[in-house]
Design a protein around this ligand. Structure first.
Ligand SMILES: [Zn+2]
Length: 358
């Protein structure tokens, strides 16, 4: 079948395809119409008439604030439109794409308003609960006492806490404790990132569930003054040098601490920590020769006293006697009561003797 293409006509190329349900006239066929549009410019009055409209000075194009924000793929949301005609604005305003973007914006505003209102209303209660959690953590009070502490405060007329009935469970305590720990850790990480050098103090420990742990403290210098930061209490499978070294390296990686910053390592002086061939300090020094290994002064003193006492028989005898007295009373309530009575008797006697002296 013969078509115009057979007679030297070329197929018109379509303008940039539009997405959504908007349609703009294909103007490339009509050169005179095209040049008339090219002469048109943006009319600033449209900004007052169409609240969603914005003019992009960089690209010299018109954009829709809502469609741009919700990333709609129509000309007003994607690259901006240069079709400076009122009809183009009207078409965009009544398009499904634009209506959807506007309703999304309204829903988002309602949601944000509701959340903010709710937050403002519960802010005093949330603050009071966080203060209670922080107090319990500082005073080492078990989390199962959380509900009772909240109830006590309500009984004492703490109005802020009266709307917190759903958040008194130990699970809520755990969540709030995690949030506080996260905030404290962020603060510590920020301090560490600011300093040039750090010292690391580690010691083995166990938690209440008898899990083997390694406790870490960091020493930094801020404005010329030393500052000690709690690093963490990480679980380790055993107390071997390789395990502890791996745990230290993992801790530093997890907290983005550059290994080059580490210049001090303090430990209890046990063989696993300071062993010449494969101790933790030796392994760390192999990676960074600037690290100075320090034997904790308190541990050193305890060791000195322990070994020194071995050479003095009377000190060993005294230690045995004190231990015997302690265990004699430890397992008998009756004996503890007798000891208490002895104490009262002696205190009274002491007071009387003092008053006679006066
Ligand atoms: Zn729009």
């Amino acid at each position: 079948m013969a078509t115009l293409l057979n007679f030297g006509f070329t197929k018109p190329t379509s303008a940039t395809p539009l997405k959504g349900n908007e349609s703009e006239p294909d103007l490339n066929n009509n050169e005179s119409h095209k040049s008339s549009i090219m002469r048109r410019t943006f009319n600033n009055r449209w900004l007052n008439e169409y609240s969603w409209l914005a003019f992009d000075d960089t690209t010299k194009s018109m954009r829709c604030k809502f469609c741009t924000k919700s990333k709609r793929s129509n000309p007003f949301g994607l690259n901006g439109s240069k079709n400076f005609q009122r009809s183009a604005l009207e078409r965009h305003q009544s398009s499904d794409d634009h209506i959807l973007a506007t309703s999304n914006k309204k829903q988002s505003e309602v949601f944000t308003k509701t959340v903010n209102e709710k937050f403002e209303k519960t802010k005093p209660a949330v603050s009071a609960m966080f203060r209670t959690v922080a107090f319990m953590v500082e005073e080492d009070i078990a989390d199962r006492k959380f509900e009772k502490l909240i109830d006590l405060q309500i009984e004492n007329d703490c109005d802020a806490l009266k709307s917190t009935s759903n958040y008194k469970h130990a699970d809520s305590f755990q969540k709030m404790e995690d949030v506080l720990a996260e905030a404290a850790q962020e603060e510590i990480d920020a301090l560490i990132s600011k300093c040039d050098f750090i010292g690391l103090m580690v010691d083995e420990s166990i938690d209440v569930a008898i899990h083997k742990k390694m406790i870490l403290y960091l020493k930094i210098v801020m404005n010329g003054k030393p500052k000690i930061l709690f690093g963490g209490n990480v679980e380790v499978s055993d107390g071997k040098a390789n395990t502890i070294t791996a745990a230290i390296l993992k801790y530093m990686t997890d907290h983005n601490i550059s290994f080059d910053k580490l210049i001090g390592f303090a430990s209890d002086g046990a063989n696993a920590m300071v062993g010449r061939l494969n101790g933790v300090s030796t392994q760390l020094k192999n990676m960074n020769p600037w690290i100075e290994s320090v034997h904790c002064a308190a541990h050193k003193l305890a060791l000195a006293a322990f070994h020194g006492a071995k050479t003095m028989p009377y000190l060993l005898e005294m230690q045995r006697t004190i231990n015997s007295v302690y265990y004699f009373f430890k397992y008998s309530l009756l004996d503890i009561r007798k000891l208490g009575n002895c104490k009262l008797f002696l205190v009274r006697k002491l007071r009387n003797s003092k008053s006679h002296q006066m």
